[in-house]
Design a protein. Sequence first.
Length: 229
Amino acid sequence: AEKYLKEAIDSALDQTYREIEIIVVNDGSTDQTEKVVEPYLKNPKFHYFAEENRGLAAARNAGIKSSKSEFIALLDSDDIFLPQKIEKQVAFLETHPEFEVCYSDLLHFSDTNPRQFYHHRYHYPSGDIFSELLKRQFLNPLTVVIQKKTLDHFGLFDETLRRSEDWELWLRLAHGGVKFYYLDEILAHYRVRSLGNLSAVESEPEMKEKNLEIFTRLSSTLTTLERQK
């Protein structure tokens, strides 16, 4: 993702919410990531860690563990935050303490046509979203801001999962009683990569196996009443 990384980092630096720290975790890249991040290393808000490849969940966890912030946002190397994303979501969470996760709407765009955006419109619920999450994974990590104390309490991404690790975490939080709020604003741009689409098709059998593992594990924690619902 070397050709996308600068745009992602700049979108984090350009936030209207200024009290931020930016943590870049290099999960064993073999491209020119080191050269891309070099100009940012003198910025006191910027922190960079290079690790051996352990997967997306482990990379995210490394960043979360090293963070000193009260809130966590997740940005993959090829996606983009819009300037007011953090400000608006943090403002909501600070004034509505009954919610521990705030997620937003977003636009999609293709790496082959970065100026053309399109929208997947779904029903995005707020509050107790556990039953909705059982039906489908609609919560893109790019849109999320979450209280760090929530992750400290419930645990981070499951590093044994190489697929659907985000869905597992949202289910775990929602089942534990965490309330989610949907902020109905477009606050991020999600890049759909042509090569990524091909790899997604090839990995679909593995993803389905992991989804089955997640739901089998979750089923063992449900009460009889919850299973009936």
